[in-house]
Design a protein around this ligand. Structure first.
Ligand code: UD1
Ligand code: UDP
Length: 383
């Protein structure tokens, strides 16, 4: 049997968390010759994920530079991937989501007339500038790809509304597959502050914030609101904030929050630590996409620090709310949830709109079916 040569391409932390389980699933299957290329759009934050999943990339473009711009990332990835694709000639290139690596990966493959499979396809806000540049990246990859692995049925409908009707599969999100391997009841954290927090008696709020469209006034307001909440509820609130390594974010977070005793600014957590902290915390406040998917599966309410979301499923299920990026709205919404309330209880339940832990198996089956190695397509998540 001729093996199908499938190359996964990714570069940032969230892509790695969501692609590593798939890369490993492909490498376990005899019908595939599974290869992996990282752009290293992120460096430390990517390597930490590769270590946890024990994934060794076949190619590493090492493109990251401090304060990189969208153009430099895209140009470096495009040129680097052209060389790799010419050398390897994969039958299929898999990209994930909406980053600059994702867009450059799909475009570089298209230029070599190599088929593209898009993992986490079909999420839309319909606002071209938010999330920026991710909404546009994701839409453009939708045009370039031949196979579209949609986490949910709503994501599939978004693509159909754009006239993309072939090669669609509803698979669930691979992040839920990842979550099943990382969360453990007896987990001990490597950062001791996380072992010392009293998760029973205190409201431990997990915060992350990094989006480009929040740079400037929105991020200033988010950080001021966190400082106000920490001061107002200092008797029973602990804020844990693993700060993204972006210098823009580091500067803003430390300027507003340094020296507040119940705010813990810590380095980015590795993915096991993050998932286990999320499993123990009281509330999540975040502008991250991935956290919006993970927290509902762990029964944790989320306030989204954005004006919109391309992940409306958990909002509909009542466990995620849009808090916006204004100081007053963030303070009001968080205050309403702190220290137990009917509102909190309504939000704190486990829902799984994003997956059932079998997304990687479905994607691998769909690829095998596409290349004629299986008689039937995979079952649909939620079907
Ligand atoms: C990128 C993605 C965003 C995703 C986010 C996940 C794009 C356009 N944006 O944004 O969709 O939500 O990753 O975190 O692709 N840095 C380090 N070490 C690291 C990682 C980053 O020092 O391991 C610093 C560097 O100075 C780098 C900066 O962070 O220049 C920003 O990284 P970049 O990938 O450009 O943007 P993110 O905000 O991380
Ligand atoms: N994450 C992590 N350590 C951190 C912050 C986030 O492992 O300190 C994980 C998180 O659990 C999720 C993913 O990184 O799986 C989300 O990445 P990020 O928020 O950087 O990007 P986004 O999802 O917004 O694109």
């Amino acid at each position: 049997m001729n093996k199908i040569k499938v190359m996964t391409v990714f570069g940032t932390r969230p892509e790695a968390i969501k692609m590593a389980p798939l890369a490993l699933e492909l490498s376990r299957r005899p019908e595939f010759d599974a290869l992996c290329c990282v752009t290293a759009q992120h460096r430390e934050m990517l390597d930490s994920v590769l270590d946890i999943f024990q994934l060794r990339p076949d190619f590493d473009l090492d493109v990251m530079e401090p304060r990189q711009t969208l153009s430099t990332i895209t140009a470096k990835c495009l040129l680097g991937l052209e060389k790799v694709f010419k050398q390897v000639r994969p039958d299929l290139v898999l990209v994930h989501g909406d980053t600059s690596t994702t867009f450059a990966g799909a475009l570089a493959a298209f230029y070599q007339q190599i088929a593209v499979g898009h993992v986490e396809a079909g999420l839309r806000t319909w606002d071209r500038y938010s999330p920026f540049p991710e909404e546009m990246n994701r839409s453009m990859v939708g045009r370039l790809a031949e196979l579209h692995f949609c986490p949910t049925a709503a994501n599939r409908r978004n693509l159909e509304a754009e006239g993309i009707t072939k090669g669609l599969f509803v698979t669930g999100n691979t992040v839920i597959d990842a979550l099943r391997t990382t969360v453990r009841k007896d987990y001990t954290f490597s950062q001791d502050i996380l072992n010392r927090l009293d998760y029973e008696k205190k409201d431990v709020i997990l915060v992350t914030c990094h989006r480009r469209e929040n740079y400037g006034q929105p991020m200033e307001d988010i950080m001021s609101a966190l400082a106000f909440l920490a001061g107002t509820y200092d008797k029973f609130l602990e804020i844990v904030y693993p700060v993204h390594l972006s210098p823009v974010v580091q500067e803003c977070a430390h300027r507003h929050l340094d020296g507040i005793p119940n705010v813990h600014l810590i380095p980015p957590l590795d993915v096991e630590e993050m998932h286990n902290l999320m499993a123990r915390c009281y509330l999540v406040m975040t502008d991250s996409g991935g956290l919006q998917e993970e927290a509902p599966a762990l029964g944790k309410p989320v306030l989204v620090l954005r004006r919109e979301t391309e992940r409306p499923e958990a909002v509909a299920a009542g466990t995620v709310k849009l808090a916006g990026v204004g100081y007053d709205e963030i303070v009001d919404m968080a205050s309403g949830l702190i220290s137990g309330s009917g509102e909190y209880d309504k939000m704190a339940h486990t829902v799984n709109p994003y997956g059932d832990g079998r997304a990687c198996a479905r994607i691998a089956d769909a690829i095998a079916w596409h290349f004629g190695l299986r008689d039937t397509p995979p079952d649909e998540f939620g079907g």
